[in-house]
Design a protein around this ligand. Structure first.
Ligand code: MGD
Ligand code: MGD
Ligand code: MO
Length: 768
């Protein structure tokens, strides 16, 4: 994947050692991964007075912000303005010299380490700023500067790219790998080419607006922005910030670049108390010590490098075959039917739009598994999108594999029943709250409730793809499908064939674990498992596999804390991008323009970067949405849980006291929120404190049309639906008028990240 922002370990705030955390669109105790454990950790440390926190969010999700909890504040912000807020904080940091200049000047990882940090940045790397240069907006490479590079390593799979900096000691251009410290804020000429450092480019958009303008845009007072900036920079590296759901906005790049730039500016990445690695697991489903599960045995020599993803990701428009063909046919600056997104590899939301628009190609056979992209794509097009999905001329064959007949699965031609989490296998890396290394193992706790197949297997996704793979002669399935590390060959016909080998890989990761004792195996009933499981690994591996199964996985001692000099023990090369070359060089085909490569603030725009406010009147549509995951629902699930329905049966259009007063709306009144395209959400108003002015708070996870809300007829057997499962509404959002014309269905999205917006947009509110 080509990275839009930082590269290296995935990082999250260190909730065990932090002194300060700035949450900007993930709310401790309300959502986030995992909501419960984050809440507990945060509550404990706050109660002990060990840290302080601020939560910047358009909607107060309660969680850890309660009147009884000291040291944590809620600060309302207007949706989709995180980029402006972060720009203001960075501006304050620069004006007050409150940033880690030593880190920013470190042009490579070794230099960052020598300066006492565990990361480096491209802040000092030179960027070509010359419209006439074919490499304009790109980071300068050694060749652009006429610098020699070290000889290529014939053993290495990929050769490093050499960037150029101005070495501080010599004042001369140097390879980024060859300088210990580089000039941070510099512009000039190198080898006759005009260049500027990433940091100097960052200053420009940041200083375009003053603090009062930022306060106006975000709705956060200047005093509050300055207080937060001071607090954020007052704890050395034991401070960090995090955004998550807030990045799912049209301005998502700004939100994402914003929190990353803030962390970079204080150098907290991979530092204990700062932003620490998580999700670290030994190789299990990849090429591990016992089995090569990452490689497909007998795979033909084809590469996915030139594949065109149906989601239109991982490739800029200008590098598509269609673009080349249209240019060759004489078109000047052709425009695509739907936008292309050079970052990322896949997006189910964008794939959905591609499928219903039959662009860039038709999905003749669509297979969906564990996915409910209709419920989970926020835009106003559900009716139109589903009409096309259900049309065999658009999607000739759709096979879904699910445990429930949900919004997407109900339109499939075939539904393959799958095993549920108590009936299936999995090896999973730990999510955010736990910062050790390890992997949990899930294995069948009961015999699957799905149909038993004639050969004794049970229907599941894995059994299905194994059979289809075998029938089609696809490599990687059936006999001799999996290679052992010792050269042996193994069959792949069912789920255990694969996952127990993954468990063997886990068990043999260094240091190799002990065998389970016969006595323990007997006491735990592990001497009684299906013979096919035992046959999936070697006799030598089996007692170790059982040991890992019996422990629910494998968890290494948490050695985050034993790193050297305040660094996480899991630190490895980490680069933060102050300048995103990928974004900066992404030429917009609809406008012919480029977006800035650093943090900045761009008002919400459509696909050609024209501001939404130029299309629709902000006076007529003054509200923006903040769509949040509520505690009583998950994205799809929990609507079918009677307990969760009892706790909160439906969702509301949540608005602030002042907006309600201005509109004459009382709590409980039925109101309507309408997008400029005329899509409507109608629901009771919840008039409450804890919603930012101009914001509609909307809990996600409601408004099911299927998922048990509907009657289901399977071969004449009718299961009655329960309408309570479908209570409430699903969010509507603005469609993109630049793209959605001439029959094209398309919801507005982040022009770089590709995420369809759920936060932000434009709405008017009236009484229903
Ligand atoms: N209860 C519950 N917990 C969950 C889940 C669930 O479905 N329900 N799902 C899990 C999953 S899959 C994930 S990915 C995580 C996601 O966890 P989060 O990313 O934490 O959750 P979200 O609710 O998507 O968004 C977080 C917050 O962003 C706020 N927000 C919206 N717009 C803006 C904005 O413009 N600026 C700022 N600063 N804030 C904004 C929302 O009000 C919300 O409180 O949660 C996991 N935990
Ligand atoms: N408006 C809006 N949209 C959102 C979000 C939001 O906050 N607001 N959140 C976004 C986020 S963070 C995420 S992660 C996505 C999630 O989007 P999805 O991944 O599409 O949704 P899920 O609800 O996680 O579940 C998908 C399907 O898996 C099925 N399922 C559950 N367990 C099993 C199983 O064991 N086997 C099989 N085969 N199927 C199973 C469920 O029935 C469901 O149909 O939604 C995104 N979309
Ligand atoms: Mo998610």
């Amino acid at each position: 994947m080509r990275a839009l922002t930082d590269t290296g370990n995935a990082l999250e705030p260190d909730l065990e050692e932090c002194e300060y955390v700035l949450w900007m669109g993930t709310f401790p105790g309300s959502n986030g991964k995992s909501m419960q454990s984050i809440a507990k950790q945060v509550a404990e440390r706050l109660a002990q007075g060990k840290c302080k926190m601020d939560v910047i969010d358009p909607v107060l999700g309660n969680g850890n912000v309660t009147p009884t909890m000291e040291g944590i504040n809620w600060i309302p912000i207007k949706p989709a303005t995180n980029g402006a807020f972060c720009s203001a904080v960075v501006r304050w940091m620069i004006e007050n010299d409150a940033y880690a200049a030593d880190l920013l000047a470190a042009p490579n990882y070794a230099a960052g380490m020598a300066a006492g940090f565990a990361s480096f940045t491209n802040a000092s790397h030179l960027v070509i700023v010359d419209d006439a240069n074919p490499n304009n907006r790109k980071l300068m490479r050694a060749a652009d500067a006429g610098l020699e590079t070290p000889p290529a390593d014939p053993e290495a799979k990929t050769q490093p790219t050499y960037y150029v900096v101005i070495d501080e000691a010599t004042g001369q251009p140097a390879l980024h790998t060859a300088s210990d410290r580089a000039l941070l804020d510099w512009e000039g000429e190198v080898n006759g080419v005009k260049v500027r450092t990433g940091f100097s480019l960052l200053r420009e958009p940041i200083f375009e607006r003053d603090m009062d303008e930022y306060a106006e845009i975000t709705g956060v007072s200047r005093g509050e922005i300055e207080r937060i900036a001071r607090e954020f920079t007052s704890h050395g590296v034991k401070s960090s910030t995090r955004a998550a759901g807030s990045t799912c906005a049209q301005t998502g790049f700004d939100a994402s670049m914003g929190f990353r730039t803030l962390n970079t500016m204080i150098g907290c990445n991979q530092m204990i108390g700062g932003n620490v690695p998580f999700g670290l697991a030994p190789t299990s489903t990849g090429d591990g010590p016992r089995y090569k599960l990452g490689a497909v045995k007998g795979k033909p020599d084809v590469s996915t490098k030139n594949a065109t993803y149906i989601s239109r990701t991982a490739r800029p428009w200008q590098k598509t075959d269609e673009y080349a063909a249209r240019v060759a046919a004489g078109e000047k600056d052709p425009q695509p039917k739907l936008p292309w997104y050079p970052a990322g590899v896949a997006s189910d939301n964008q794939a959905l739009f591609s499928v219903v628009n039959q662009y860039p190609y038709q999905a003749k056979i669509m297979m969906t598994w564990m996915n409910n992209v209709i419920q989970n794509t926020p835009n106003g097009l559900r009716a139109a999108v589903t009409e096309r999905l259900a049309d065999p001329a658009v999607v000739p064959l759709h096979i879904a594999c699910d445990v429930v007949v949900g919004e997407l699965a109900q339109y499939a031609d075939y539904i393959v029943p799958d095993t549920n989490p108590f009936e299936s296998f999995g090896v999973v890396a730990p999510q955010g709250h736990w910062h050790g290394k390890g992997a949990g193992v899930r294995w069948q706790a009961k015999v699957p409730g799905t149909m038993e197949l004639p050969d004794g297997r049970y229907a599941s996704f894995e059994a299905f793809i194994c059979d289809v793979g075998r029938a089609c002669g696809v490599p990687g399935f059936g006999d001799d499908a999996i290679a052992g590390a010792d050269g042996s060959s193994w069959a792949l016909d069912d789920v255990a064939d694969y996952f127990l080998k993954a468990v063997a890989n886990l068990a043999y990761a260094e240091p190799v674990i002990d065998d389970i004792s016969d006595e323990e195996a007997r006491m735990q009933g592990l001497d009684d498992l299906p013979a096919s499981w035992k046959a999936a690994v070697t006799a030598e591996e089996w007692p170790k596999v059982l040991k890992a199964l019996s422990r629910g996985g494998r968890f290494y001692p948490v050695f985050t804390r034993v790193g050297k000099d305040g660094r996480s023990g899991y630190a490895k090369e980490y680069q933060s991008f102050v300048y995103s070359e990928l974004r900066a060089t992404n030429k917009n085909p609809y406008s012919g323009t480029f977006a800035c490569g650093t943090l900045g603030y761009t008002p919400e725009s459509f696909a050609n970067w024209s501001p939404m406010s130029e299309w629709y009147s902000p006076e007529e549509y003054p509200f923006a949405a903040a769509n949040y995951k509520p505690r009583f629902r998950t994205v799809t699930m929990e609507a079918n849980s009677p307990i969760m329905r009892d706790l909160c049966a439906e969702n509301y259009l949540e608005i602030s006291l002042e907006d309600a007063a201005a509109l004459g709306i009382r709590d409980g009144d039925r109101i309507r929120a309408t997008t400029p395209a005329g899509d409507v959400m109608e629901a009771p108003a919840m008039v409450r404190a804890g919603v930012a002015a101009g914001t509609i708070g909307i809990a996600h996870g409601y408004g099911h049309e299927a998922y048990g809300a509907q009657d289901v007829d399977i071969d004449g057997a009718m299961t009655k639906g329960n309408p309570a499962i479908g209570s409430g509404f699903n969010i509507q959002q603005v469609v993109d008028p630049v793209v959605a014309k001439d029959g094209v269905l398309y919801g507005a999205a982040d022009n770089d990240g590709s995420t369809p917006l759920r936060n932000g947009g434009m709405f008017k509110i009236e009484k229903a």
